[in-house]
Design a protein around this ligand. Structure first.
Ligand SMILES: Cc1cc2nc3c(=O)[nH]c(=O)nc-3n(C[C@H](O)[C@H](O)[C@H](O)COP(=O)(O)OP(=O)(O)OC[C@H]3O[C@@H](n4cnc5c(N)ncnc54)[C@H](O)[C@@H]3O)c2cc1C
Length: 583
C-alpha cells in the first residue's frame, strides 16, 4: 500500500541512518562485543531493530536537538519556538512563498517569507480525543494546508497500538520493546478473576497471542494484536476488570537486567499507575498511536536503482510548488499498517533525502520570495488576523472542549479497530452536527497573551475538517487492509471440513484476493471542497515487488501461499545496487 521506490530508498538508507545517529552520540545499546544490539519488534521474526533502552525516540531527539543548537550557534539556523503555523502564503501562480505564524506568547501574527516551506508537523491523534501522541498532535497544521489545496492521502489509515495505559488526560504507550524483550500478554481463563495475577497458575492463564499465532507469538503486527485484544475483551468477555476493558502485559518473569533496559517505560507505568510493573503485571488496552495517512507528496523514481532520484526537486513536494511535507505529517512509508520502529527511521531519512531536493528546487526558481510584493505577505497576515478576530468575537452556548470530547468518542467508537459502514455513516452525520455546533462555540478566554484556549479552539475547527476526510475514506474503502478492518468485507479462510478440494478453495481465495487488490490496492486522495472532501484513488507503484497475501491466523494459509506462489505471483523486478549516498 505504498509506492515502492521511496520505500526501497528508505530501506537502503537504514544502516546509514543508524551509523549517522551513532556518530552523533545516540547511546544505542551494545552487545558485550561492542556491536549495536538489536531487538525484535511486532511483525518481525528476527532481531533487526537498533535501540536505546526503551526511549529510543527521546534519545534521537536529544542528539538531533544538540546538532540544531550547534548550527544555531554558527548562525545557520534561526528558531521560532512557541510560534504556531497558521497557513501558507501562495502567490498568484499558486507557488508557496512562505508561512503565516503566530507567537503564542504575545499573540503577534506575522509572515515568514520563504522559498520553500516544509511541513514536519506530526500526526493527528487528538482527532480521536485521546491518543498516545503528544497533546500538540491535533493535525491542525496539516488540515490547514489541506484546506489551502494540498492533497491528503490515505487519511483512513490510523494505527492503533495494542499496548497503552488508559489515563484521564491521555493514553500512555507501553512500547513494543516490552514484548520485544519477552513481555507476555494474557488474561485469566476465568472471566474477571479477582485473584492476585501472580497467584494464578499457568494452566489458568490464557496467553491468547501465543496460542493463536505460535510463530510470531506476542509480536504479531500491531493491527492483529489489537484486534485479538478486542476480541478477547469484547466478544469473549475475558477482560481482566469488570468495569474497564484491559488485559495483562506481564514482565514479572524477566530478569532485573531486562527490566533495566526497559526502565524508561516501566518508570512511566509506575509513576502514573502507582504500581511497580517489575513485580505486578501491567494492565493495558489498545490506543490510537500513529497517523499513516497524511499530506500527499511526490517523488521521482530512479530507474536504475528502483529507488529515488537523489536531489529531484519534487521529492517530498506536495502538489503546491514549494510546499514540502516530511515525517508523520505525510502519507508515505507505512503500508496499511506501519511496523514498529519504522517511523523514527522514515522521519530522519525523509529529512536527509528532502534537503538536497529543496536546494535544487530553490536554485531553479526565477525569483525569490524576498522579491515578492509586500502586499502578498500583508494580505496573508490580514486574512489570519480576521479569522482570529472572528474566533475571539464568537458568541453561543457550545463548549469547544465538550465538542472535542464528542468528536473523539464517535471517531474512537466507529472509525478505529473494527469498522462497520452503518456506524461510520453515523459518525459522518455526527461530524456534520459538531461542525454546525462549533460555529456557536465561543472562546473561554479572550485574552491576548499566551492564549492556549484560542489555539486549541482554532485547531478543533481544523480537526473537524480532517475527521471527515478520515471517516469518508473509511466508509468508501469497502475492504480490509492492515489497520483498516471491515468484517463485512473480509475474505474468509479455507474450510477443510466443507468437502470441497482445498486447492480449489485456495484458487478461489487467490482470485478474490487479486480482484480485491485490483480494486483497492490504491491510495485514497482527498481534495478539499466547500461541500466536503472529494475522494479519488491513486495507483500504487508496485514495480519492484509483487504483493502477496497476508495470511496471519488464516485457515488454510499454507495452501493459499502454495497456490499463490505457483499460479499467481509475479516475478520480482531486477534492480541494480543503489549508488553511494552521503548521509
Ligand atoms: C509514545 C510514542 C512512542 C513511539 N515510539 C516509537 C519507536 O520506538 N520507534 C519508532 O520508529 N517510532 C516511534 N513512535 C513514532 C514516532 O515517534 C513518530 O512518528 C515521530 O516522532 C514523528 O516525528 P515527526 O517529526 O514527523 O513529528 P513530531 O515528532 O510529532 O513533531 C511534530 C512537531 O510539529 C509541531 N507542530 C505541530 N503543529 C504545529 C503548528 N500548528 N505550528 C507549529 N508547530 C507545530 C509539534 O510541536 C512538534 O514539535 C512513537 C510515538 C509515540 C507517540
Amino acid at each position: 500500500m505504498n509506492h515502492q521506490p521511496p520505500v526501497k530508498e528508505m530501506a537502503d538508507w537504514g544502516p546509514k541512518v543508524i551509523d549517522l545517529l551513532d556518530r552523533l552520540g545516540v547511546p544505542f545499546n551494545r552487545t558485550q562485543e561492542g556491536h549495536l544490539d538489536r531487538r525484535r519488534f511486532g511483525g518481525t521474526l528476527y532481531k533487526r531493530t537498533a535501540f536505546a533502552g526503551a526511549t529510543t525516540g527521546q534519545q534521537l531527539l536529544y542528539a538531533l536537538d544538540e546538532q540544531v543548537r550547534r548550527w544555531e550557534a554558527e548562525g545557520l539556523v534561526r528558531k521560532f519556538e512557541f510560534w504556531e503555523f497558521l497557513g501558507t502564503i501562495t502567490d498568484d501562480q499558486g507557488v508557496c512563498r512562505g508561512a503565516v505564524v503566530q507567537d503564542m506568547f504575545s499573540m503577534e501574527i506575522r509572515a515568514l517569507p520563504g522559498d520553500a516551506v516544509v511541513m514536519a508537523t506530526g500526526g493527528c491523534g487528538l482527532i480521536f480525543g485521546k491518543s498516545t501522541m503528544s497533546m500538540i498532535c491535533t493535525g491542525g497544521a496539516n488540515s490547514r494546508v489541506y484546506q489551502e489545496g494540498a492533497k491528503y492521502g490515505n487519511g483512513e489509515f490510523l494505527q492503533v497500538h495494542p499496548t497503552a495505559v488508559p489515563g484521564a488526560d491521555k493514553l500512555r504507550l507501553m512500547s513494543e520493546s516490552a514484548r520485544g524483550e519477552g513481555g507476555r500478554v494474557w488474561v485469566p481463563r476465568t472471566p474477571h478473576d479477582s485473584r492476585d495475577p501472580k497467584s494464578i497458575p499457568e494452566s489458568e492463564r490464557y496467553y491468547f497471542l501465543e496460542e493463536r499465532y505460535p510463530t510470531y507469538g506476542n509480536l504479531v503486527p500491531r493491527d492483529i494484536a489489537t484486534r485479538e485484544i478486542f476480541d478477547v475483551c469484547v466478544k469473549q468477555g475475558l477482560s481482566v476488570e469488570t468495569e474497564r476493558l484491559c488485559v495483562y502485559l506481564d514482565l514479572t518473569h524477566l530478569p532485573a537486567t531486562t527490566h533495566k533496559k526497559l526502565d524508561g517505560i516501566l518508570n512511566i507505568y509506575q509513576k502514573f499507575q502507582g504500581v511497580n510493573p517489575r513485580q505486578v503485571p501491567m494492565k493495558i488496552f489498545p490506543a490510537i498511536h500513529y497517523s499513516m495517512g497524511g499530506i500527499w507528496v511526490d517523488y521521482t523514481k530512479d530507474e536504475t536503482t528502483g529507488g529515488l532520484e537523489h536531489g529531484a526537486p519534487n521529492n517530498h513536494m506536495t502538489n503546491i510548488p514549494g510546499l514540502y511535507a516530511i515525517g508523520e505529517a505525510e502519507y508515505h512509508y507505512h503500508g496499511a499498517n506501519r511496523l514498529g520502529a519504522n517511523s523514527l527511521l522514515s522521519t530522519i531519512f525523509e529529512g536527509l533525502i528532502t534537503g538536497p531536493s529543496i536546494v535544487n528546487y530553490i536554485n531553479s526558481l526565477k525569483s525569490s520570495a524576498a522579491d515578492a510584493p509586500t502586499a502578498l505577505f500583508d494580505g496573508a497576515v490580514r486574512k489570519h488576523k480576521d479569522a482570529m478576530d472572528d474566533l475571539v468575537g464568537r458568541t453561543g452556548n457550545e463548549n469547544a472542549y465538550r465538542l472535542h470530547d464528542e468528536l473523539g468518542r464517535t471517531m474512537t467508537e466507529n472509525v478505529t479497530v473494527v469498522r462497520y459502514n452503518d456506524k461510520i455513516k453515523e459518525t459522518l452525520t455526527k461530524i456534520d452536527e459538531i461542525a454546525e455546533r462549533f460555529k456557536r462555540a465561543p472562546l473561554a478566554d479572550n485574552g491576548q497573551w499566551t492564549n492556549q484556549n484560542l489555539s486549541f479552539t482554532r485547531a478543533l475547527g481544523d480537526m473537524i475538517v480532517l475527521a471527515k476526510v478520515i471517516a469518508l475514506g473509511a466508509l468508501q474503502r469497502d475492504e480490509s487492509r492492515g489497520a483498516h478492518y471491515k468484517p463485512d468485507f473480509q475474505i474468509d479462510g479455507l474450510d477443510p471440513d466443507s468437502g470441497e478440494d482445498l486447492t480449489e478453495q485456495a484458487r478461489r481465495w487467490c482470485k478474490q484476493f487479486q480482484a480485491n487488490n485490483d480494486k483497492w490496492l490504491k491510495s485514497t486522495i482527498a481534495e478539499h471542497t466547500p461541500e466536503g472532501p472529494k475522494l479519488t484513488y491513486e495507483d500504487v507503484d508496485l514495480s519492484l515487488l509483487s504483493p502477496r497475501p497476508r495470511t496471519y491466523g488464516l485457515k488454510g494459509a499454507e495452501e493459499i501461499m502454495r497456490v499463490w506462489n505457483s499460479e499467481f505471483a509475479k516475478k520480482p523486478v531486477e534492480t541494480k545496487k543503489p549508488v553511494a549516498v552521503s548521509a
